[in-house]
Design a protein around this ligand. Structure first.
Ligand SMILES: Cc1ncc(C[n+]2csc(CCOP(=O)(O)OP(=O)(O)O)c2C)c(N)n1
Ligand code: SF4
Ligand SMILES: [Mg+2]
Length: 311
């Protein structure tokens, strides 16, 4: 008997209905956790889309990729990814990720978290992970405030921007994140806005494939708190602002990429250099010191120990 269904579908190669319903990124998402918590027109979802695109492009084995987040709206990112993903405590995403990267050198570890989590309470950890050149990729979603807890000012809030703890406008000097990352030791530094989704994904792919400490800042709309308090309009209005104000300057000196309130935003790939990363450096140094007695630790799947038994 001829199969009438296949005769009807195969010539045009039309997929079965169930396949049509499958989202192309479904394999990377914990769909059982949807709907997500983010507000409409929030920029965090865009960053997640770019990250999944980068993962696909990088061809990394998802079983060898771990993602860590801290706390906050941005800190929810890891929990939606179907990878070895961890929602750690506030400011502690980087030490957690450092443990993974050092404990299992086969893993590619990514940290996706917010400006408050990574740069305020986590500020100490980020500079030391960069200094050591730990093999990890940091994606910092900078929405210029502590969004989840009510829009407080943080270390990236531009001067004069309004925040719940700065009702007359912020007056502290904000961090210039690419400069902070580079001067602490990062070997790859880029900044994009949530509008630059393809360029962001491309930089993420490069960062994922580059051994060492890479840092990508993504300027993203927080439409509900930051934009509303500052009367900047909707998420779409912020996208228009990014469109009109972003200037691409690859390789520019990171000291020149400060962000002033609603002023121009310099974006691009600023730093891309090679430097021996933490584990390689440790192994080279200890091999030189200890000779044959030192056996580099290659991860939990390796049977070797770090020191040979004393004879
Ligand atoms: C030790 C500790 N201090 C404070 C908090 C409260 N807290 C939760 S989220 C958050 C701000 C997160 O800001 P950011 O990382 O910028 O993420 P966003 O919500 O803006 O995406 C704070 C202060 C906490 N959970 N734990
Ligand atoms: S409060 Fe801001 S950062 Fe948090 S989900 Fe809403 S728009 Fe996004
Ligand atoms: Mg924030």
């Amino acid at each position: 008997m001829s199969d009438i269904t296949s005769e009807m579908t195969s010539p045009l190669n039309i997929p079965e209905p169930e396949e049509t319903l499958k989202h192309p990124m479904e394999q990377y998402l914990r769909t059982e956790r949807l709907p997500h918590i983010w507000c409409a027109s929030c920029g965090i979802g865009t960053v997640l889309t770019a990250y999944i695109t980068a993962l696909q492009k990088s061809k990394l084995d998802p079983k060898k990729v771990a993602v860590v987040s801290g706390i906050g709206c941005s800190g929810r990112a890891a929990g939606y990814l179907r990878l070895d993903s961890f929602h750690s405590t506030h400011g502690r995403a980087i030490p957690f990720a450092t443990g993974l990267a050092v404990g299992n050198p086969e893993l590619k570890v990514t940290v996706i978290s917010g400006d408050g989590d990574l740069i305020a309470i986590g500020g100490n950890h980020i500079i030391h992970a960069a200094r050591r050149n730990i093999n990890m990729t940091i994606i910092c979603i900078n929405n210029f405030n502590y969004a989840m807890t009510g829009g407080q000012a943080g270390p990236t809030t531009p001067e004069s921007a309004n925040a719940s703890t700065a009702p007359y406008g912020a007056y502290e000097y904000p961090f210039n994140l690419p400069f902070l990352a580079e001067s602490s030791g990062a070997i790859f530094v880029a900044r994009w806005t949530a509008l630059h989704i393809r360029r962001m994904a491309k930089s993420m792919t490069k960062a994922l494939l580059k051994p060492g400490f890479s840092f990508i800042e993504v300027i993203a709309p927080c439409s509900t708190l930051y934009a509303r308090r500052n009367r900047l309009g909707s998420g779409l209005d912020l996208m228009k602002y990014y469109h009109d104000s972003a200037i691409i300057k690859h390789g520019i000196d990171t000291r020149e990429v400060d962000i002033d309130f609603q002023d121009r935003i310099v974006v691009g790939e600023f730093v891309n250099k090679d430097k021996t990363h933490f584990l390689e450096k440790r192994d080279q140094f200890l091999s030189k010191k200890l000779g044959d007695k030192y056996v580099p630790y290659k991860g939990p799947n390796s049977t070797t120990s770090t020191m040979k038994e004393e004879e």
